[in-house]
Design a protein around this ligand. Structure first.
Ligand SMILES: [Zn+2]
Length: 269
């Protein structure tokens, strides 16, 4: 199976802290937090709406980044939105809220994003990567996709109670029906051909789940043993992510009646 579509959206290291015009009324400022889970860093998105600038994902707590975002908005921010309660997205939200005297929606400290009423902008619930994840539909076929769909890498789907593989697959299928033209994610460049990309995400995820199911035997195996068999030569800095992914796939298989969790580990049903 080709993995090509999954690694198609790469880019050179962007200039940190500099406003990048990505589309009409849509600016990206990249935070300086590169890493194995964040690619070159978190994309903070600035949306121009009639009441004012809306900032999506203020990024990690970094005074230089928050100042760069405020400056890019001409010193005035109407609303701050957080796609989900992960550090690299929301840790800077409260500092930015204080600087700009703006309300926060979403994430750990924000108001319920469903309560947000702004012209031309609507939150779309996309549980999976985390249960509180929302994407932001900004009209004209454009979606800010957070960590739900990213062009540079597949999303890590956390195990319960933080994430859910079945919710993730349902969210992806829901996205498919909405026929977006462009996805602007929280890490990496925009996904300009969402339909084949989402189809390839679903396919590769279902393949991984099938491989996990095939690794189960009638004798229970502890998770570390399954992990070692399924993910060979895993870099140490990705082992926690892989353990979460395996956990969410096993929970999915359990819900489908294809795996059983015992005190000695997981076996097939
Ligand atoms: Zn995340």
């Amino acid at each position: 199976m080709s993995v090509q579509p999954l690694s198609r959206y790469q880019e050179a290291v962007p200039e940190y802290g500099r406003p990048l015009a990505e589309a009409p009324g849509l600016i990206r400022v990249v935070a300086r937090n590169p890493g194995p889970m964040t690619y070159h860093g978190t994309n903070t998105w600035l949306i121009e709406t009639s009441p004012g600038w809306v900032v999506v994902d203020p990024g990690p707590e970094d005074p230089d980044h928050q100042q760069a975002v405020l400056d890019a908005c001409g010193g005035k921010i109407h609303t701050i939105l957080v796609t989900h309660s992960h550090h690299d997205h929301e840790a800077g939200a409260q500092a930015l809220a204080r600087l700009a005297d703006a309300p926060i929606y979403g994430g750990t400290h924000g108001q319920n994003p469903d309560a947000l009423t702004l012209p031309g902008l609507s939150p779309v619930r996309t549980p999976g990567h985390t249960m509180d994840h929302v994407c932001i539909d900004i009209g004209d076929g454009r979606l800010l996709s957070g960590d739900h769909i990213m062009g540079w890498s597949t999303s890590v789907i956390l195990r319960a109670p933080n994430g859910s593989m079945s919710a993730y697959l349902a969210s992806l299928k829901d996205n498919q029906t909405r026929n977006y033209a462009t996805l602007f994610s929280a890490h990496g460049p925009p996904v300009t051909e969402p339909a084949p990309f989402i189809a390839s995400l679903l396919k590769s995820r279902l393949n991984r789940i099938a491989r996990t199911r095939d690794a189960l035997t009638s004798t229970p195996q502890p998770e570390p043993q399954l992990l070692a068999g399924l993910y060979r030569n895993l870099p140490r800095n990705l082992s926690r992510a892989a353990a979460e992914m395996l956990g969410s796939m096993l929970e999915y298989l359990e819900a489908q009646g294809e795996a059983v969790h015992t005190t000695e580990g997981w076996r097939r049903d």
